[in-house]
Design a protein around this ligand. Structure first.
Ligand SMILES: [Zn+2]
Length: 453
């Protein structure tokens, strides 16, 4: 990375957009502070900290456009029929295909201003369930895709044991399943060693859900030193099964087992009761909402207002890749709550500021996502990685705005179309709205999609 000073019209610095500032980036790819000297002028641009996508299943990009209907005779079972379709795709991907599918999702993320992805990765083994010669081969293909695109990645290595409590084995889950909790933990530590020299890649542990992991596995995972992500209470059925198995609801079980601390992220947390909200808040855990996916799957609405009031920290993910646009996720986090609560600007911090709500939602899409992934990215401050994106202030979607109104307009009125540059660790990966691998990626992805379906 060449040291540089970037001089946009507006810079997001210390929590707000400001004029007449320049961002200095050192040769180590980190923010040096306010720049002096010859600057790279980014005329007509606002420069903001890179968006952090805290929950992604990259390969599910293949499902886009292919599940927006109801299988005949399955009108009462739409989530679980979506899942069967997803399994069909999951079963068809060779390691090279996982690379091609992931790269396409990651290119789209970069073009949307996302600079970090938390990839919740559960496709581990060959389709018959036998491990690859390197048991982490699939994870390494996903990591290779992120590297080629230039994204920072946290590979959240999933542990998956079973179809569910008293549920017969599902042969379509064989690729996900490890033989015991020890096998999961050793895959995590081996993978951590394999990527150790790369500052752009880190590894976390991800017990899939209380449905897919029994108590003995959870006990083995609860002391894990790094970040832990887990699907929690996405659908009523998994909550019922948890009560039947453990006599407790999912969050209560996780609390008893010692999971609820700031290194833990509960993904979804839709079907939760007030006591569970208190527990999540008291543990200062992160809750990753994926509003466009939760809407697409009919999961429900994350009670983000009550969670935040209790002390939980909120972040966002593109999850199923139904759409890849963290600006839209941020909008939907509040937008869906408005429909439920019957009022406007539900998450507004109530300080009477025109950009107060937008700044709070943007914080969820950046800093809090990074924290949930155990990273220092997500904000531009001295010593932080220079991960950022720019938007085109001359784009028709953004006409007529100033430093106070740009952010609300960006979240509530615009979308990823206004993104022009993206940089990770000071390296520009999107320039003028173009990613150098977009064309090749699209071509190979289209060929893969034709083969899979
Ligand atoms: Zn998920």
């Amino acid at each position: 990375v060449l040291p540089a000073v970037y001089k946009p019209d507006l810079l997001y610095w210390e929590g707000a957009l400001r004029r007449d500032l320049a961002l200095a980036v050192g040769s180590d790819g980190k923010v040096l502070g306010q720049g002096a000297g010859k600057a790279v002028r980014l005329k007509g641009r606002a420069l903001l900290p890179g968006l952090v996508n805290a929950h992604s299943h990259a390969f599910q990009r293949l499902l886009r456009g292919r599940t927006e209907y109801v299988t005949s005779g399955k009108a009462d079972d739409t989530f679980w029929s979506w899942r069967e379709r997803m399994y069909q795709v999951a079963l068809s991907l060779a390691p090279e295909d996982a690379y091609v599918a992931s790269r396409q999702a990651f290119v789209e993320m970069a073009l949307a201003g996302i600079t970090t992805v938390g990839e919740f990765h559960y496709l581990h083994h060959a389709p018959d369930g036998s491990p690859y010669p390197n048991p982490n081969q699939m994870a390494l293909e996903v990591i290779r895709a992120a590297r080629d695109v230039g994204l920072r990645i946290v590979l959240l290595r999933v542990g998956y044991a079973r179809a569910g409590f008293s549920v017969p084995e599902n042969p379509r889950q064989r690729r996900f399943i490890d033989k015991d909790a020890g096998a999961v933990l050793s895959a995590v530590s081996r993978l951590t060693e394999e990527v150790e020299s790369d500052p752009m890649v880190t590894v976390g542990l991800a017990p899939h859900s209380v449905r897919a992991v029994p108590k003995s596995w959870l006990e083995a995972f609860s002391g894990h030193a790094g970040v832990v992500h887990m699907h929690v209470a996405e659908q009523p059925k998994e909550v019922e099964a948890c009560v039947a198995e453990h006599g407790k609801r999912p969050v209560e079980l996780l609390s008893d087992l010692g999971f609820l601390k700031p290194t833990f992220t509960a993904v979804h947390a839709v079907c939760i009761e007030p006591e569970e909200i208190s527990l999540l808040g008291r543990g200062k855990v992160h809750v990753c909402a994926c509003p466009t996916t939760e809407r697409n799957l009919g999961d429900g609405v994350v009670p983000a207002d009550r969670l935040a009031a209790a002390g939980a920290r909120l972040c966002l993910g593109s999850d199923s890749q139904a759409t890849i646009d963290l600006l839209k996720e941020a909008e939907a986090l509040d937008g869906q709550l408005r429909l439920v609560r019957g009022r406007r600007a539900v998450l507004d911090p109530l300080q009477g500021e025109v950009d107060g709500l937008a700044r709070r939602l943007f914080d969820c899409a950046t800093r809090q996502g990074a924290e949930s992934l155990g990273l220092k990215s997500g904000q531009l401050e001295v010593g932080a990685p220079a991960d950022f994106f720019t938007v085109d202030l001359e784009h028709p979607l953004l006409a007529g705005l100033d430093e106070r109104t740009l952010l609300p307009a960006l979240l509530f009125g615009a979308d990823a179309r206004v993104v022009r540059e993206a940089a990770v660790g000071g390296k520009l990966i999107v320039k003028g709205g173009v990613h150098e691998h977009a064309e090749a990626s699209g071509r190979e992805f289209s060929a893969l999609a034709r083969r899979v379906f």
